[in-house]
Design a protein. Structure first.
Length: 263
């Protein structure tokens, strides 16, 4: 039995890291009455899963100029829990790129090389804090569902994600998102810290066949996973319950602990 538990934990970890993590399952949460998932898309963001995303990186001095921005190579396409494979993630501005374990968005380097030449010591550069990257999630196979939900798992706190907005059929919408912090582990940034945030748009009564969700990130943001889904009937997302959150990483840790101590 203990061996079986350990194997199950390993399998869950492999599925989560390879195919995208389901951050929350609202369809099984009794506090979200009437919620049914119509389409569901997940991204596990790293260079192994999305090697062609491109779009920036770090070139250390003295032969490079530090963090640099490039146009995005190709969209990062989602893995689909429900529906057709029609959802994608694109970068619109910034130096964000796929790192080994996340979509990393570095601070903006403001050293003026054209005026001052190459800074071989790299000690006089200044850093532009604040918004450092903008992105958009889109789905071209919508069917006028009543609810659009996007969840982000990032390596900091809720302030790392901002300006979450909606387009319906290519037109900016004035519908604003409701934000709920689903889980926060540790304070601020650092090893093991992460936050899961949910943003929900009430699009009841709207007619559309495609949509896009734009968002911004602060510098030093690390996005691990994204979940995008629609629901046929609008049901407001409440504050999280302890039973519905899947917590794949913490769940694996619990199984390993049970295996180790035999409880």
């Amino acid at each position: 039995m203990k061996i079986k538990i350990a194997i199950t934990a390993f399998a869950v970890a492999c599925v989560a890291s390879t195919y995208g993590s389901l951050l929350f399952d609202y369809s099984t949460d009794a506090t979200v009455s009437g919620y049914t998932t119509a389409e569901q898309h997940t991204w596990s963001l790293n260079s192994a899963n999305h090697p062609s995303f491109g779009g920036g990186g770090y070139s250390p001095p003295p032969f490079g100029s530090g963090f640099y921005a490039e146009p995005m190579g190709s969209p990062a396409f989602a893995v689909n829990g429900f529906g057709a494979p029609t959802a994608s993630l694109v970068k619109t501005t910034g130096a964000g790129y796929m790192a080994g374990s996340s979509l990393y968005v570095p601070y903006v380097d403001t050293w003026d090389t054209a005026t001052y030449g190459q800074d071989f010591g790299y000690q006089y550069h200044s850093i532009a804090y604040g918004v450092a990257g903008t992105f958009a999630l889109s789905d071209s196979s919508a069917n006028s569902e009543d609810s659009i939900v996007v969840l982000f798992k990032n390596g900091g706190d809720s302030s790392m994600i901002s300006s979450v907005s909606l387009q319906l059929d290519g037109v900016d919408s004035n519908i604003t998102a409701t934000h709920v912090e689903m889980q926060h582990l540790a304070a601020g940034e650092g090893q093991g810290a992460y936050t899961v945030d949910a943003y929900q748009f009430d699009v009841s009564g709207e007619t559309y066949s495609s949509y896009a969700v734009a968002f911004s990130t602060l510098g030093h943001a690390a996005l691990y996973d994204i979940q995008l889904e629609t629901s046929d009937a609008f049901a407001a997302i409440p504050e999280p319950t302890t039973t519905a959150f899947l917590g794949l990483i913490s769940g694996v840790g619990l199984l390993v602990r049970r295996f180790r101590f035999g409880s």
